[in-house]
Design a protein around this ligand. Structure first.
Ligand code: ADP
Ligand code: MG
Length: 326
């Protein structure tokens, strides 16, 4: 089983940011209002994710770290309408098999927490521990027993950059959640929850910069059962914005050829040919119209009617951008 877990891990866990992604998505699935992410040495030494979500029941604790024991997808129908993110019941066992792992959790029904440690895939018996309602997961020495993977880790700054990028992409869409991110014990981001629509631009400005929010155009347009909202930036001299392109489909970050083409065309047709503008866009459509499980780790999607989606995106963006010419 250990080997199976390690192989599964190798497919999905490529680097520290992949671990952070799985852990933070679990925290969000657990209804957390606050997620705290502590990183040391780019995640190679420590990744700790602490949340105030529902916690894991004592009886379920061993299951949570056993391969294929859990999954939020209960039926084929769920798969069709998959609302939660992440892959299926393999993240924790996979991560635990390639690190020194500890999970501490408490539900509101328990008066103390339980802590379970796993060393290279071998779980030790759970022990009582101190912890408020919620869950903390610690991942130390990632890949310590997978030398091939460890070798592929980049510089500390690069790996942390990936983590920061990931947190940014989650914080842009999960605005009702407070995120804290620290690196080597220094606070890097403190994003308080957004309580009103008026507070939303402040979070975007926090993440993408004041310049972006001051110069961008606000979009909110619905047609043909779809809605496109968010902010589109105008090209500026600032090169920092070049890779600030966030596109979400039903609240999930995607990189998709159809989307990329429609966006590029819309910009190119108006006045920004050849540039890489920043944008944060949210497309909402019937979940049955899009398959987000093509490859959960790779942000791919498949639209049922990609022509329709393409035209809606292109036309909406084109109209908004054309106004700037007037
Ligand atoms: P999946 O998310 O696909 O179910 P995971 O391996 O990521 O599989 O997690 C296993 C299970 O552990 C989850 O289904 C959930 O019940 C529980 N779990 C993991 N992380 C948390 C958390 N932060 N809070 C509450 N429960 C969690
Ligand atoms: Mg998960």
């Amino acid at each position: 089983i250990e080997l199976v877990n390690q192989i599964a891990a190798g497919e999905v866990i490529e680097r520290p940011a992949s671990v952070v992604k799985e852990l933070v998505e679990n925290s969000l699935d657990a209804g957390a209002g606050r997620v705290e992410i502590e990183i040391e040495e780019g995640g190679a030494r420590l990744i700790r994710v602490r949340d105030d979500g529902c916690g894991i029941d004592a009886d379920d604790l061993p299951l949570a770290i056993a391969a294929h024991a859990t999954s939020k997808i209960a039926s084929f129908d769920d798969l069709e309408r998959v609302a939660t993110m992440g892959f299926r019941g393999e993240a924790l066992p996979s991560i635990a098999s390639i690190s020194r792992f500890a999970l501490t959790s408490r539900t509101s029904a328990q008066d103390h927490a339980l802590r379970i440690e796993v060393d290279g895939g071998k779980p030790l018996p759970p022990k009582p521990a101190q912890h408020p309602v919620g869950t903390s997961i610690e991942v130390r020495d990632l890949f310590y027993n997978v030398p091939a993977r460890r070798k592929f880790m980049r510089a500390e700054r690069t790996e942390f950059g990936r983590i920061d990028e990931l947190i940014t992409s989650l914080a842009l869409v999960r605005t009702e959640v407070e995120f804290r991110l620290s690196h080597n014990n220094k606070p890097v981001r403190l994003l308080r929850r957004v309580d009103s629509a008026a507070a939303l631009p402040a979070r975007v400005a926090d993440l993408l910069g004041q310049e972006f929010i001051e110069q961008c155009l606000r979009i909110d347009h619905s047609a043909a059962g779809m809605r496109l909202s968010g902010w589109v930036g105008l090209p500026t001299a600032s090169r920092a914005q070049a890779d600030q392109q966030y596109f979400y489909v039903n609240a999930r970050l995607v990189r998709d050829k159809v989307v990329a083409h429609a966006v590029r065309q819309a910009y190119a047709d108006v006045l920004f040919h050849g540039r890489h503008p920043a944008f944060v866009l949210f497309l909402e459509l019937d979940p049955l119209g899009v398959d987000v499980n093509v490859h959960p780790a790779k942000h791919e999607v498949r639209f049922r009617e990609s022509r329709l989606v393409h035209d809606f995106l292109y036309r909406t963006l084109n109209e908004v951008l054309a106004e700037t010419r007037a």
